[in-house]
Design a protein. Structure first.
Length: 273
């Protein structure tokens, strides 16, 4: 399996213009792709940014000629029909350069509509319906869909991309990897201990997923000074030690900041001799 390394733009931190400068630098340094997440809120008040991913992607994809991916949830803030139109527009402008990671969402970003926040199993069921609708619309179909969570009547996109973008799923747990495998073109997750990572991939495979194309997000803090690198990781990303289940249920950046993570935590599998 060929490995390619891309650059993740944390739209929860830095300005839109700074991110455009960063992707130019990443391109010149040899990174093979760009990725971002569709957040409404930052993880922490300290990060201080609230950038809309879709308009930023339009400018960014015009700035550098690399593949781009975005992680988004098409089930709460935006209806899947609206997300399908966003995807179709970008994929039509930038042929065969866009992939989409669709996730079940996090309360941090989705609570702004003030709707009921369902349990994880229901969130996954909603995501399956949303992916079905999006895939059909991107294929140029006129869609009528009567689901448990979404209803669509005679809806059609008049602009469809010449090359269908990959619709992959974003998942953290083995259960989600298994449940969502059959409706996805691939899967993206975060770095885990080796044995846990193998179990995750096995669950995805057993659910009907194709492991030939997998995406892994590994947050890395780099600085020539080890202490500064560790401090930067602790300052901006200490919420990562809370685990996926808790991260999905915390409501606001201030709530994340109130969770006490007293010192930088480095898992054993990241330690070097």
């Amino acid at each position: 399996m060929k490995t390619q390394i891309g650059y993740h733009c944390s739209l929860e931190r830095y300005t839109p213009a700074e991110h455009l400068a960063n992707i130019k630098l990443a391109t010149s340094c040899g990174f093979k792709g760009i990725m971002c997440s569709d957040h409404f809120y930052p993880w922490s008040v300290r990060q201080g940014a609230s950038i809309a991913s879709w308009p930023w992607l339009g400018g960014a994809m015009n700035t550098v000629d690399l593949p781009f991916g975005v992680v988004t949830s098409p089930t709460e803030r935006c209806h899947p029909v609206v997300i399908a139109q966003y995807i179709s527009t970008l994929a039509s402008m930038y042929r065969d350069r866009l992939w989409i990671a669709l996730g079940s969402g996090q309360l941090l970003n989705e609570h702004i509509t003030n709707n009921y926040w369902p349990v994880k199993s229901e969130r996954n069921a909603r995501l399956k319906e949303a992916i079905h609708i999006i895939r059909a619309l991107l294929s140029g179909e006129t869609v009528t869909f009567e689901g448990k969570y979404f209803q669509v009547y005679e809806t059609k996109l008049f602009t469809v991309p010449p090359v269908q973008p990959k619709l992959i799923v974003a998942a953290l747990s083995n259960e989600s990897a298994y449940e969502l495998a059959a409706c996805s073109d691939s899967i993206v997750t975060v770095v885990k201990p080796v044995e846990d990572q193998k179990e995750f991939i096995d669950a995805y495979r057993q659910g009907g997923g194709d492991e030939k194309s997998l995406y892994l997000q590994a947050i890395t803090s780099y600085h020539k000074d080890q202490e500064k690198a560790e401090y930067e990781a602790w300052y901006n990303w200490r919420h990562a030690v809370l685990g996926g289940k808790l991260q999905s249920e915390i409501r606001t950046p201030s709530d994340f900041d109130s969770v006490k993570v007293l010192k930088f935590f480095k898992p054993d599998y990241l330690k070097t001799a």
